[in-house]
Design a protein around this ligand. Structure first.
Ligand SMILES: [Zn+2]
Length: 215
């Protein structure tokens, strides 16, 4: 796997999850450095209309729109049009890691959601867990990359960071701090990965999908 020399920080995939949106403001005001020597980071709001309305989505969940990417989506729903643009833009971007920032109302603290067990990701989980023992590492890899419904899989490399508990449309400082902390370790990991400077990584506990439970 080649070096990744570009990071795309995505917020507002769900328009009422505010931590990532505020973190982007910090980055723009140079209060948080998302660049390292081997890559530069840029920020984008995924679904500006949903952010403007302070809702999760306008017509349908944008973060479930990417599993049928080979087919042309009917563009009658707002998020289908947004997803189509993302697919076209990210398809052509190699050597870029997409980091999609989310909140949850669940009291889970910070969770790193990894969609593949490629060593790049399993090592990322180890690096973060060693430095942030309270973090949850979740592998959601039961689907192939192409079948994943998530926005961060529209490109070649992507992860999600999800931090809670935070009510939708609200902003809590401890949740924002947790997001900054986990993001910093992910960015540090990528820098060390690019430099070939990853030290020995320990085994760690992670969560995996087992079955769906109907309640
Ligand atoms: Zn979300």
């Amino acid at each position: 796997m080649a070096q990744l020399n570009q990071v795309l920080l995505v917020a507002g995939t769900h328009g009422n999850e505010l931590s990532g949106i505020y973190l982007q403001k910090f980055i723009n005001e140079r209060l948080f450095d998302a660049n390292r020597t081997t890559f530069s980071s840029s920020s984008v709001i995924a679904n500006p209309e949903a952010v403007k309305r302070n809702v999760r989505y306008v017509d349908t969940d944008l973060n479930r729109c990417f599993s049928d990417r080979a087919q042309t989506m009917p563009l009658d729903l707002h998020e289908h049009g947004v997803a189509q643009q993302w697919i076209e833009n990210l398809d052509t971007t190699a050597n870029q890691l997409v980091i999609d920032l989310h909140n949850t109302t669940s009291n889970m603290g910070a969770t790193l959601i990894l969609l593949s067990q490629d060593p790049f990701y399993t090592h990322m989980g180890a690096y973060v867990k060693q430095r942030m023992p309270e973090a949850n590492i979740l592998f959601e890899d039961r689907k192939t990359w192409q079948e994943q419904p998530y926005l961060c899989t529209a490109g070649k490399y992507g992860i999600m960071i999800e931090v809670g508990a935070q009510a939708h449309g609200a902003l809590k400082s401890d949740v924002l701090e947790n997001m900054k902390k986990m993001l910093s370790f992910v960015l540090d990991y990528l820098e060390k990965y690019n430099l070939g400077q990853l030290d020995s990584l320990s085994n760690y506990d992670a969560y995996f999908y087992t079955e769906e439970v109907t309640i």
